[in-house]
Ligand binder design. Structure first.
Ligand code: GLP
Length: 254
């Protein structure tokens, strides 16, 4: 796992946006796996600011609330419309979201997996991390081999995601790519900032691989990059080593 420590949240956004724009410069039709939440906002803001041409990419979002109308302000589709699809002018027919409506959600989840494969697989999966170490909406105890499916949120995650729902209840159920789905992306790029994420980041990077910290599964990925600010890096015991690695990175490895 490559760990990159930068001063602040804005720098996390810039560093992650640079990796995405480099990928798309070499492969304009790249397939991006995308996340929502506060941590990835600076990444999208930087892509917009730098006017990166993402008009030919195909996107697959990680997760969505079951039964929530896509026009609801708190839906992840609405978030993506505001922060990514609209400002970056992405062809909407190539923007995919996990299924959340219909009688046969399990069948539609399988179709979503087939759609990812038909698109050639995900080149780069952008990820945030929950305070409990969740990845997408794969809560602790999720199988590390899981695929896209319905999950039940923990009370803590529903509380953390309350913003945007106003007086409405945060849905209990979601559809999320599984850990197994995420691990098939050719490059996993996780971003985190702030002290509230320090414990989860340390357990993900330096703790044992365990379903109790779903993000720790990234230790099994051959190409996982973690970009964190100083606050989120505070509990990493090897943080000086990670800095040393970055400072001395040979040109061929950049
Ligand atoms: C949410 C999302 C995740 C996101 C994480 C962190 O529940 N489903 O994809 O990465 O929690 O969110 P934030 O960046 O807002 O802290």
């Amino acid at each position: 796992m490559e760990v990159i420590i930068v001063p602040a949240a804005q720098d996390v956004g810039m560093a992650a946006a640079r990796l995405i724009s480099r990928l798309v410069a070499g492969k304009p039709g790249a397939v991006l796996g995308l996340a929502t939440g506060a941590s990835v906002k600076p990444v999208y803001a930087e892509l917009v600011r730098a006017k990166v041409d993402l008009s030919s990419v195909t996107t697959f979002n990680l997760d969505e609330y079951v039964g929530l109308d896509p026009s609801h302000a708190a839906s992840f589709r609405a978030y993506m419309e505001t922060h990514f699809l609209g400002p970056l002018n992405v062809e909407r027919g190539r923007a995919h979201f996990p299924p959340t409506q219909g009688d046969d959600l399990a069948g539609l989840c399988e179709q979503f997996e087939r759609d990812i494969r038909a698109a050639g697989g995900i080149d780069l999966q952008l990820l945030g991390i929950g305070r409990d170490g969740h990845l997408g909406f794969n809560e602790p105890s999720s199988s590390l081999a899981s695929r896209t499916r319905i999950k039940t949120l923990t009370a803590a995650t529903r509380e953390a995601n309350r913003a945007g729902f106003g007086g409405d209840e945060v849905p209990l159920h979601v559809v999320t790519m599984g850990i197994g789905t995420i691990l098939e992306a050719r490059h996993c790029l996780l971003v985190a900032d702030g002290s509230a994420k320090a414990e989860a980041v340390a357990r993900m990077v330096e703790g044992p691989v365990t379903a109790m910290v779903p993000a720790s599964a990234l230790q099994l990925h051959p190409r996982a990059t973690v970009i964190v600010d100083e606050l989120a890096a505070a509990r990493l015991s090897l943080r000086d080593y990670y800095r040393e690695v970055q400072r001395n990175k040979p040109e061929w490895q950049r």
